[in-house]
Design a protein around this ligand. Structure first.
Ligand code: NA7
Length: 533
């Protein structure tokens, strides 16, 4: 139970909320409380327990950097950490910094209302309690509102069904079962090889074919672990300098700078190395369609070279968007899995799903009998988790109304009409285009410094100015339009995966390093674009 008088309420106990709690409580000495719907810490990593769930950022970069001691004492076991290991890490952080005493678990926030007269946020929970505080900080993640498509007949299905982002804690036993998986995004591509190992039969329902690069995941060697332990400063310096916050730099060369033979050799080397770094082989892959086509062609050839059945290979490699214009997946034997006798691919472009029946999934040209359906169908990204909080700002303004035509924020951190609300990795932040902990730590430090500044200057309200938010929306559009990212017309970056959602490119694509400079500049200009009173 939080104390009656609070300076700040934080919602969400993932990477963002936990660090925000620590900074406000231990650096600024504020009375802070964190409300969390789950029964434990972890956010994304609490909920996403599906088979094969692991992070696509390399483990030594997917962690907090604020504490040298924490960096030095934690040792990751694999190149790409699996969900249970990340959850262990976040639990370790919660214990090490004694965070749990300021967290209420099993507490879902149902409404947040700004009270102008008192200059307080009132936060109501599903248990019927209301807590009040001056500052409200959302740390609800970008991918926490499951998207379960509205396919007719789901209620008739007699088997079991699960969404990957709300996976049962005691797991799902696929042994001997006929499983159908809808969705081939990053999640689906991770799940397929693992489900196929135990299921009697796995049917993969693919709407949009996707690229994937091998992760080449493996246990980390003692040598690598020792190098990490002694190299945090240089690793962090690279992460801070790059657009995506990863521990590798993007090559200086352009595709046209090298001969076709050299290009092929570079792609082969990048393929052998694996991971998201493939995207960094040339500097113009995300801005020049011709350059991108060379990578796309290479990756399609790899699919055709891996998948033995020509028809399956054709459906998997018939990709309609530039490489990395949608979030590029990395995998562990995804395409190879289609060579197993118990795995089948269904092309929903040729024959869409008509309905779910009592016994399975019916497409326009066949019926598939299933015991279990796995929805790897993604999330109502970025705005979805915020809308679920039922936020009401100044003069009764609802966030859902303010953002009817798409989100408007100043830097992804503040929303006009919503004083003293900070949105960690809100729309307009680099967020999902960056290695998340890097972006989160920058946001949290910025918010903490801002609140410290306000307290030092006797200020009690901060509110993003509408003109600043409009200007930032233009900057977000311009940054996206300078790349090939908007060419994937069906991506969740654009909100296109949720019917009825306004199409607007939501994350800031101008790069994390550039964004950090913009934020620092705004601080130096006395919080330009915010009204402080
Ligand atoms: P994504 O990337 O949104 O992928 C969802 C997948 O589900 C994608 O293949 C969709 O096809 C498919 N989908 C969604 N709705 C349907 C319906 N109605 N019918 C058939 N197929 C459908 O979500 P993920 O969970 O894989 O990844 C989200 C992020 O989490 C990831 O990028 C990482 O950042 C971590 P579509 O492409 O829309 O045709």
């Amino acid at each position: 139970m939080p104390p009656a008088s609070l300076d700040a309420i934080i919602i969400g106990a993932g990477f963002a909320g936990m660090y925000q709690l620590l900074t406000l409580r231990d650096r600024l000495g504020l009375h802070v409380h964190l409300l969390e719907a789950a029964s434990g810490v972890g956010g994304t990593w609490f909920w996403n327990r599906y088979p094969g769930a692991r992070c696509d950022s390399e483990s030594h970069s997917y962690c907090y950097g604020f504490s040298k001691e924490l960096l030095e004492e934690w040792e990751w076991s694999e190149r790409y950490p699996e969900q249970p290991e990340i959850l262990r890490y976040l639990n370790h952080v919660a214990d090490r910094f004694d965070l749990r005493r300021n967290i209420s678990f099993n507490t879902r926030v149902t409404a947040c209302t700004y009270d102008e007269a008192a200059n307080l946020w009132h936060v109501t929970t599903a248990t019927g309690e209301t807590h009040s505080a001056r500052y409200l900080i959302t740390a609800v993640g970008c991918l926490s509102s499951a998207n379960i498509p509205n396919i007719p007949g789901l209620e008739d299905f007699q088997g079991q069904w699960y969404h990957t982002g709300e996976w049962p804690h005691d797991g799902v036993d696929f042994t001997g079962k006929r499983v159908g998986q809808i969705g081939t995004g990053s999640t689906g591509i991770q799940a397929v090889p693992v489900i196929a190992e135990t299921a009697a039969h796995l049917t993969v329902f693919q709407r949009t074919a996707n690229y994937s690069v091998p992760a080449h995941n493996a246990p980390l060697t003692r040598e690598f672990k020792n190098w990490v332990k002694t190299s945090h400063a240089e690793i962090r310096a690279v992460m801070k300098s790059t657009p995506n916050g990863h521990p590798f730099t993007i090559a200086d060369r352009k595709v046209a700078d090298v001969s076709p033979e050299e290009r092929e050799a570079l792609y082969e080397a990048a393929w052998a190395k694996g991971g998201l770094q493939f995207r960094a082989t040339f500097q113009d892959l995300l801005v020049n369609r011709q350059a991108n086509d060379t990578a796309a062609d290479f990756l399609k050839r790899k699919i055709r070279g891996t998948v033995k059945d020509p028809k399956t290979a054709e459906i998997l490699s018939d990709i309609d968007h530039p490489y990395a214009a949608k979030r590029p997946p990395i995998d562990s034997h995804y395409f190879e899995t289609f060579n197993r006798p118990n795995v089948e691919l269904v092309d929903l472009r040729a024959a869409p799903i008509e309905r779910i029946t009592q016994t399975g999934i019916k497409t326009t040209d066949a019926e598939y009998n299933l015991d279990i359906i796995v929805f790897a169908t993604g999330f109502d990204a970025m705005t979805g988790p915020l809308f679920r909080l039922n936020l009401t700002g100044r003069d009764g303004l609802k966030l859902t109304d303010a953002w009817r035509a798409g989100p408007e924020t100043w830097l992804g951190l503040g929303v006009p009409g919503f004083p003293n609300l900070f949105t960690i990795t809100g729309p307009g932040s680099p967020s999902v285009l960056c290695n998340m902990p890097v972006c989160i730590e920058q946001h949290v430090d910025w918010i903490t410094d801002c609140i410290a500044h306000m307290r030092a200057h006797g200020q009690t309200t901060i509110e993003a100015q509408p003109e600043a938010a409009l200007k930032w929306s233009d900057a977000v559009d311009a940054a996206a339009n300078a790349t090939l990212l908007p060419e994937a017309g069906h991506s969740w970056y654009l909100g296109a995966n949720v019917p009825g959602k306004p199409r607007r490119f939501m994350p800031y694509a101008g790069g994390m390093a550039h964004y950090r400079n913009i934020c620092n500049d705004i601080t130096a200009k006395n919080y330009e674009g915010f009204t402080l009173a």
